[in-house]
Ligand binder design. Sequence first.
Ligand code: GTP
Ligand code: SPV
Ligand code: MN
Length: 616
Amino acid sequence: MTTLEDKTYAVAHPELVNWINEVAALCTPDHIRWCDGSKEEYDELCEALVTKGTFIKLNPKKRPNSYACFSDPSDVARVEDRTYICCKRKEDAGPTNNWVEPKQMTQTLHPLLSGCMKGRTMYVIPFSMGPVGSDISQIGIEITDSEYVVVNMHIMTRVGKRVIDALGADGEFVKCLHTVGAPLQPGQQDAKWPTNATTKYIVHFPEDRSIISYGSGYGGNALLGKKCFALRIASVMAKEENWLAEHMLLLGVESPDGQKNYVAAAFPSACGKTNFAMLIPPQSFNGWKVTTVGDDIAWIKPGKDGKMYAINPEAGYFGVAPGTNQKTNPNAMATIAKNTIFTNVAITEDNDIWWEGMTKEPPKNLTDWRGQKWDASLGKPAAHPNARFTAPAYQCPSIDSDWENPEGVLVSAFIFGGRRSTTIPLVYQSSNWAYGVYLASTMGSETTAAAFGEVGKVRRDPFAMLPFCGYHMGDYFNHWLQFGRNLQAPPRVFGVNWFRKDAEGNFIWPGFSDNMRILKWIVQKIRGESNAVESPIGWMPTYDDIDWTGMDFTPEQFEAIMDIDREEWKAELLQHAELFERMYDKLPKEFIFMRELLLSSLWRSPAKWRLEPERF
Ligand code: GTP
Ligand code: SPV
Ligand code: MN
């Protein structure tokens, strides 16, 4: 081979070395470089990206050691229609995944990969999802020809030699191959954001524990430790090994008496996980504290004590930028004060960053995410709606003291929530585990800019995992049902909806720090310290069960955001039935009966069920 190999440590793993050699022979990079995860490596590659014009070094006085970049306009979000689960049997991928037979997909990819790294360096990134050495952690090796990916992986995962050491001579690892799919001819000048504008493939081979991603450099398409490994591949491992890999934030809640509970919450992409995970309680909540374990992914295992323990497999946040400000998420603002990479935000004239919602008035002379002088009168946002920051987790002021505990944290409740303008009340509790699994399985949400395609359309997004479950969704429901049955006392399950709107289209609920009021009721409910009444869809707090100190929210407003409208719910249940028909072969049979029970309890209730039924 003519490639020049650069490595500062020994690798004793023959399977790994063979794989690297095979990939190098196929992709024909000019150089191979094994990443060591050091600060020097990070700084050097950021510098190289600045020289290339990909990165803009931000004002060191305002944003120390931070960079911004603009992606190609064709490469701004996850591409769900280009994402594939390639297991041997179609029925194992199920009706919610794109499937192609593995051999056929390999044949499709082979010519694309052949010579795809010409003119580039092939980086080998050994990374750990979860603290290195923890029983819950897993190792991956990402091969990539993108420096942007290397520096982002430095922040998002634990990278370097210590991972190679943990792997030893025969440790298991997930093979993650990524290329931007843009080989360079001799003398050809590189694009600032190399990508393949016409061909993209995000491909998973769950049976081989391997991933091939071609043609995109953005986020979940390219940082393969995140969605591809920690969710799609890990969900398959989890099913086989009796654990859970979930699209969930993890937070701790401490009350003034020092009691602490951890909660895991699944909201779809760009529906408030980062905000909720970093919540600061309203001022009136003296002594209540929320701490952050993770903002996107949770790996959950049963402990010997029959309880559930969770870790955050990531080491950083790849968070939605627009809407983040000192009021909505001061902890995130502090987290991104330094050592942060910004993608597709706007840039101010003094080389700092800006996005819609950061301040009321946009600063003058902005450069927009397309790299052009922003003209507000055109009505287009200065930052892309899916603009993101990549920031180290340890910089978060609310980081939990146990966030790197290899044993994980004890989960005592699950919260599920979608983005719904109508129908779904602010909060309710499922009466038992099986109904909780039903609630999560039938969750709907309006689509967001986190995925390429139409925004604002309600779709079923079971467990916020629709784009991330690496196997048949019906099998996944059964796995969840069984998982809880095996536990002595499964966590309580709640549904929330921060996004209900009034007739004028305004959010009824102020959200953000006021979500603490709902979180407090939830935590006290699991401790047996708060009350609820029975509704047609589960347990609900009355107005008096919520702590309203320091907030004006009338009983009438509360009723409006908690009401259950029979006609709306009938339409909702029809959509449950539609989902069930799509996966009838593997649907848990109790779901059929639970749906019937819901329908009958709606029939027996007033057409508009309200919390104070004596009014009717
Ligand atoms: P991914 O990283 O894509 O998985 O998403 P995430 O769930 O972490 O998204 P994030 O927390 O960054 O959500 C951002 C979006 O949710 C922004 O549009 C916020 O304005 C909105 N959001 C978050 N919390 C609230 C809330 O309490 N109320 C309302 N109305 N909007 C919220
Ligand atoms: C999501 O879309 O849910 C994300 C962002 O967390 S990405 O990593 O790009 O998938
Ligand atoms: Mn996510």
